[in-house]
Design a protein around this ligand. Structure first.
Ligand code: NAD
Length: 491
């Protein structure tokens, strides 16, 4: 597929079943990261739009909450089916607005379909689970546990996997019986608004789903503060997540946070080297390294280090970086000028702190001049107190380091404020299991790529998360639990 000729994008807010301009008529310029040019001016919502969207969602909740799980499942399946119908357009918009290579954009679409399909099943099961009797001692009482929807949910998402992070919240929220106001990232609203139009086409009652684009200050913050919002589900940076949590204390609403990471991949001396190279490459450079789950610390058994490093550098230098629509391109640009500057700043600071740059660090040869491209970058000898080692870089930058013992490898991986994910590569099954249990991370992959199934769980330890997404945990995040204890009538 090549870059589209059709540049008519959805640019309005979606409130109460209608596409509308923002109340104050403001817009935000959306930029193509591969060229630096403006793609569209998208409506920038403000407080009156937030007020309206929340009021409509609250009104819709009065009836939507009484639908059965089976009814809600029908909508979720219709959304999954329509995402597949519009696959090519959704892929195109992600390549255009996010800079994702086509193959990666397809993976995001697959994930969205799988997530809506899974929560359709979960919604159906809810009809049997909610209100089921639980065993209690004696015969005098009957106890039941009901799972009720929390209310109006505000879903605030980032730019790196816009449709996926939205699906992980929206599908369980609708399955639970919540109504929602989605706040996409102001940097990548184009695929999100297309997804909103997919959801609109499923025929949900007006007000059940609303989407308000705009900045964090003008839309995100008022949603978090709004007394009519019962639940905030936020994915983004740890610093904004902290602000969200503080603001939410005023109204004591439920908060789920999916935040940053600084994760490790541990390669033991018995590892299959081909597999290890594949996993290190994907963990560092997929999505141009703009992943909360990036395994940007590469911990390697000392004996293996020279060979692994040489092969890794060779691999990194072969990655074709450039126009995400070109079929041979494996890595696109960073998402924005600000992100480009941030990552470049980290690289320069790393060099100033004494880290050794082995490859990359600047613009790749041949990549379009005006785009926000950074070559796959590898450092060694990174001081463990430096920002390069400790902070989330969110770009295609790996820090490689040797370890001598299993215990040391685990300690190095766990020595972080974050605890989102970790990867382990070893031929020894018992060691894989032992290390997985010792790591302070919410997800551990042993000898596998970063596969994420909606049936499982997502989220981390420490400053990476509050709560969990996906699986039954993701649904529970949008539910209130109610116990009903009834005295049995004497018969
Ligand atoms: P960000 O925190 O800057 O923004 C995230 C969202 O919050 C955006 O929609 C933004 O407009 C909004 N926002 C900003 N200020 C706000 C405020 N005061 N109140 C409410 N909302 C506000 O993050 P980003 O740069 O878009 O995304 C990158 C970050 O997201 C990285 O740190 C990454 O690790 C994290 N992330 C985490 C996961 C995960 O599952 N743990 C997944 C993807 C991304």
């Amino acid at each position: 597929m090549s870059a589209p000729n059709d540049t008519r994008f959805l640019t309005q807010l979606y409130i109460d079943g209608h596409w509308v301009d923002g109340a104050l008529g403001r817009t935000i310029a959306v930029v193509n990261p591969a060229t630096g040019t403006c793609l569209a001016n998208v409506a920038a919502g403000t407080l009156p739009d937030v007020e309206r969207a929340v009021a409509c969602a609250a009104r819709a909740f009065r009836t939507w909450r009484h639908t059965t799980g089976a009814e809600r499942a029908t909508y979720l399946r219709a959304i999954a089916a329509e995402v597949d119908v519009r696959r090519e357009r959704l892929v195109m918009l992600q390549s255009l607005n996010n800079g994702k290579p086509q193959a990666e954009a397809h993976m995001d679409v697959d994930d969205v379909i799988a997530t809506f399909s899974y929560y359709a099943q979960m919604a159906e099961q809810l009809d049997d689970i909610s209100g089921a009797e639980v065993g209690i001692p004696g015969i005098g009482h009957r106890a039941r546990i009901l799972r009720e929807p929390a209310g109006v949910a505000a879903l605030i998402v980032p730019w790196n996997f816009p449709m996926v992070t939205t699906a992980w919240k929206l599908a369980p929220a609708l399955a639970a019986g919540c109504t929602v106001v989605l706040k996409p990232s102001e940097i990548t609203p184009l695929p999100e608004l297309e997804l909103a139009s997919v959801i609109a086409s499923a025929g949900l009652p007006a007000g059940v789903f609303n989407a308000v684009t705009g900045t964090g200050a003008d839309v995100g913050a008022p949603l978090v503060a709004h007394p009519g919002v019962a639940k905030i589900s936020f994915t983004g940076s740890t610093s904004v997540g902290q602000t969200v949590m503080k603001t939410a204390t005023d109204t004591l609403k439920g908060v789920s946070l999916e935040l940053g990471g600084k994760s490790s991949i541990i390669v033991f001396d018995d590892a299959d080297l081909d597999l290890a190279i594949d996993l290190v490459e994907a963990g560092g450079f997929f999505n141009s390294g703009q992943m909360c789950s990036a395994t940007s610390r590469v911990l390697v058994a000392r004996a293996l280090l020279p060979t692994l490093l040489a092969r890794l550098v060779e691999r990194a230098e072969r990655i074709v970086v450039g126009d995400p629509f070109a079929p041979d391109v494996r890595m696109g640009p960073l998402v924005s000028r600000a992100q480009f500057d941030r990552v470049r700043g980290h690289i320069e600071q790393g060099i100033a702190d004494g880290a050794r740059l082995v490859t990359g660090g600047g613009r790749p040869a041949g990549a379009p001049e005006q785009g926000f491209f950074i070559a796959p970058t590898i450092f060694t000898d990174v001081p463990t107190m430096s920002a390069l080692w400790r902070d989330e870089i969110f770009g295609p930058v790996l820090c490689v380091r040797a370890f001598d013992t299993e215990e040391q490898a685990v300690d190095m991986a766990n020595d972080s404020d974050y605890g989102l994910v970790a990867s382990v590569v070893t031929a020894d099954e018992a060691r894989g299991e032992r290390v997985a249990r010792a790591l302070a991370a919410g997800v551990v992959w042993v000898n596998t790529p970063q596969l994420i199934y909606p049936q499982t769980s997502w989220g981390g330890f420490k400053r990476s998360s509050i709560g969990r997404e996906l699986g039954p945990f993701g649904l529970a995040a949008f539910q209130e639990i109610k116990q009903v204890l009834t005295r049995r009538q004497a018969s």
